[in-house]
Each structure stands twice: as C-alpha cells, then as structure tokens.
Design a protein around this ligand. Structure first.
Ligand code: 6PG
Length: 484
C-alpha cells in the first residue's frame, strides 16, 4: 500500500463508503474520515479490510496522509455541515490543494464557497454525484464545476470511477466555473422529478381509468422499457409494480400516497422563476408532490366534492399506446425546458456549458439515464447553438408524431376527472411554443388600462412603447418601465 493517499474522503455514510470502495477498486489509495470517528475503524476493518484505505481519526491526520496537491472530498449533508467542514479543512491545506463537495449543495452556496476557498489560495470543486448507493459503488454520473485549475488534478480519478456509456466514454466531464456543476445536478434532479411524475400519471390512468392490475401494468412498463422510453426510471417502475408484499399483494398499493422531497426540485423551479424560463413540467411535478402531501385535506375533500366517475369505453390497447406517446412527448418537453433553463443560467452566471457533454454525463450512471439522452447529445453535437430542443429536426418530428396520442390521453384524463398536471402542462407549453401569436396582446392592454404600463404595437418598431387613455378618465402619463 502507498504511504500517501491519492484522495481523502470525509463522510462515511452509505454514499461515501460506496464511492471510496469504487475509487479503491480502480487502483487508488483513499484516506477516509468520519465525524463519528468509530465509523472509520469499523469501515477500514469491515468493508474496507485488506484494501488500500488509510483510516484517519482527525481532519489533520486526513490531510497529512494525502499526496500533493491534496484532494479532500466531502460527502456530507448539504448546508451548514459543508461550511463547517470547509473551515476545519482549510488550516491543514496549502496553496493549490483542492476541497471537493460531492453532496447535493445549492449552487449559490457553491458559487460563494468557490470564491471563499479561492481567496485562501486553495481550489474548490462542487460536483453533482448521481446514481444513488449502487451508482456510487459501480459508477455514478459526476458533474463537477468550480475552480477550473482543479480539474486536471481530479480528472483521472473522477473519470475512472464514473459510469461509462457503450463506447467507453465516462459520464463525467468538466461542467464549468463555480456553481455550474451543482446547477447542472440541480436541473438533473428537477428532470428526475418530472420523469417520475409523468410515470405516476400514467400509472394512475392505467389503474383508475383502464382498471389495470399491478401485474398488467408491470407488463406494460416492461414493454416500454424496450422501446423509446427505455430508461432507469421506467425499469424500476416495472420492478416496483411486479413486487409483492409478504401476503402476495402488490406492495406499491400499500404505500401511503404522500410524496417526500428534499428540495432540489423546488430549487429548480425557483431558479426558473428567477430566470424567467417556463419550466412548467418540473414546476407541476413539484406542486403535485405538495398536493399529495396534503393528505388529510384531500381525504376530507374527497368526501364532499364530486367529479366525474372514471369510466373508459374506448380501445384499451390504443390508450396504452397513446400513453407511451404522451410520456415520450412530455419527456421531450421536459428536457427542452430543462435545457432552456441551463442556457439562461449560463448567460446569467457566465458559464460556458457544453450541452452535448451534459447529455453524455446523464446518459449513464444517474437516475435519469435513458437511451433518449443519446439523441439529445446528437442534437447538440449537430448544432451546439440549438436554441430549443423542439427546433432540432429529430425531436420536432418525434414530438409532432407523439402529439396525436398525447392529446387523446390528456383529453380523456380531463373528462374522466383524473389529474395529469405534468402531461397537460407540457402539452400546453408545446402549443404555446409553436404559436406565432399568444393572447398577451390583451394582457398588455389590461396592464396599460389599469396601470399605464404601456405596450408595443405590431405596426411600430420594437422598443417603442405606447400608452392609451382607455377610459377617457386616465391621464397621458405612463408608469415608469421596470422589469422584475
Ligand atoms: C441522484 C438523486 C439524489 C436525490 C434523491 C432524493 O441523482 O442520485 O437525484 O441526488 O437526492 O433522488 O430526492 P428527493 O428526496 O427530493 O426526491
């Protein structure tokens, strides 16, 4: 075993343990530390026994056991613990050493921390790590950003442990400056929320409208996983629907219908509102979780408020095929919206994002991995300046073809009183996006009417603003222009 370790890790929870085991299996020596120090010996003598690990019992010992430039990675709870550890690590590092945060940190924190750590002469990386426990062990998707000078020092280790796609390309590359890596991971999680929600909407329609059993749905998801929807989330849904409780009944039906969330989907929605990007599918997915959490209120409402009873008399097989198209169409919209958010953020925060590269990072290892991401990569490889995924010829054609079934699904769901917020909001975005004219002319007139907010005219050049005295009672003074 080498005397000094290639990298150090703080945080021996399940993700941390699995990630260091992954690193070690690729030939690296890893120094490990945990706040509850007992865990260090337990790990080194347990899962890590006989392997190239150096157990450290203090941060000082951890830093002293690293090769230069020292690389100290934290896999700890996002928020204050990250700031606390940074303070504890800094005194034991020297110029050029690197602090890495591999948790789900909020990107503004990573922007702030990069500046702070750089001000101490050190380098900082905030990296998204996706794929759960299994991904950490067998190959996660990694999205690093931070101090560009730190990348060459960690590239080899990160790319060695990351998942690989069919041609051997690693699902890890440099994302960009300061908070770019955590921003991209945040959008990944937002897309994860969206993919999960549309799958749940399809499940509810199959169950309540088509009256299908868990076993029948299991078969549908199995077939979908061999087609355009082939993805990790479809695959685990297939398995969940096929999973039986001890009494032989499907376990999924015994689970309380209130969704949890740790906040990354909400952050994505808030960021979209801040940047003025219509991220409707993800937004609805976050709100759907919020509505599900109001269980007591819903139970009360269900007893007193009536709606149509779900009944379906059409062609069931056709509806299942339509559902596949609805999921596919909505998924294209979700990615189009997520990519738009990243494009706007890149402008706002000065990041030079490689959109094809991001699709490749998400292609394997992570929760949203799917065959579909290969087509997104191709779209951005063909046109790196693609303004919206829907304008790519391949996706335009696919979404146009999917819309027929997708519209049938939404219309049928609405008339049966089954909520499909993500599928319908995505369809409305699609129709809005392809509309030359939207009713915002009337909206501008309303704003001008009650608040003299002014409007532009179709028959005058852009940038010239007009105010009308609509009632004859108002004056000619327009309100000053301000943008939120
Ligand atoms: C991943 C996941 C992970 C996320 C969980 C829980 O990429 O491995 O995105 O980072 O934290 O999925 O998220 P919620 O609790 O918000 O559903």
């Amino acid at each position: 075993m080498k005397k000094l370790a290639d990298i150090g890790l703080i945080g021996l929870a399940v993700m941390g343990e699995n990630l260091v085991l992954n690193m070690e299996s690729k030939g690296y020596t890893v120094a490990v530390f945990n706040r509850t120090v007992d865990k260090v010996d337990k790990f080194v003598n347990g899962r890590g026994a006989g392997k190239n690990f150096i157990g450290a019992h203090s941060i000082e010992e951890l830093c002293a056991s690293l090769e230069k430039p020292r690389k100290v990675m934290m896999l700890v709870k996002a928020g204050k613990p990250v700031d606390d550890f940074i303070e504890l690590i800094i005194p034991h590092l020297e110029k050029g050493d690197i602090i890495i945060d591999g948790g789900n940190s909020h990107f503004p924190d990573t922007i702030r921390r990069t500046k702070y750590v750089e001000s101490k002469g050190l380098l900082y990386i905030g990296t998204g790590v996706s794929g759960g426990e299994e991904g950490a062990l067998k190959g996660p998707s990694m999205m690093p950003g931070g101090s560009p000078a730190a990348w060459p020092a960690v590239k080899e280790i990160f790319q060695a442990v990351a998942a690989k796609v069919e041609d051997g390309e690693p699902c890890c590359d440099w994302v960009g400056e300061d908070g770019a890596g955590h921003f991209v991971k945040m959008v990944h999680n937002g897309i994860e929320y969206g993919d999960m929600q549309i799958i749940c909407e399809a499940y509810q329609l199959m169950k309540e409208m088509l009256g299908m059993s868990a076993d029948e749905m299991h078969e549908v998801f199995k077939a979908w996983n061999n087609d355009v929807l082939d993805s990790y989330l479809i695959e685990i849904t297939r398995d969940i629907l096929g999973f039986k409780d001890e009494d032989g009944e499907p376990l999924v039906e015994k689970i309380l219908d209130t969704a949890g969330q740790k906040g990354t989907g909400k952050w994505t929605g808030v960021s979209a509102l801040d940047l003025g990007i219509p991220l409707t599918l993800i937004g609805e997915s976050v709100f759907a979780r919020c509505l599900s959490a109001q269980k007591d209120l819903r139970v009360e409402a269900s007893k007193v408020i009536n709606g149509p009873a779900a009944q379906f008399e059409g062609d069931k097989a056709q509806m299942i095929d339509d559902l596949k198209n609805a999921l596919f169409g909505a998924k294209i919209i979700s990615y189009a919206q997520g990519y738009n958010l990243m494009m706007e953020a890149a402008k706002e925060y000065g990041w030079n994002l490689n959109y094809g590269g991001i699709a490749l990072m998400w292609r394997g290892g992570c929760i949203i991995r799917s065959v579909f991401l290969a087509d997104i990569k191709t779209a951005f490889d063909k046109n790196p300046d693609l303004a919206n995924l829907l304008l790519d010829p391949y996706f335009k054609e696919k979404v146009e073809a999917a819309q027929v079934g997708w519209r049938r699904v939404c219309a049928t769901a609405l008339s049966n009183g089954i909520p499909v917020p993500a599928l319908t909001s995505a369809l409305c975005y699609f129709d809005g996006f392809r509309s030359e004219r939207l009713p915002a002319n009337l909206l501008q007139a309303q704003r001008d009417y009650f608040g003299a907010h002014t409007y532009e005219r179709l028959d005058k050049p852009r940038g010239q603003f007009f105010h009308t005295n609509w009632t004859g009672r108002g004056g000619d003074t327009a309100s000053s222009t301000y943008e939120v």
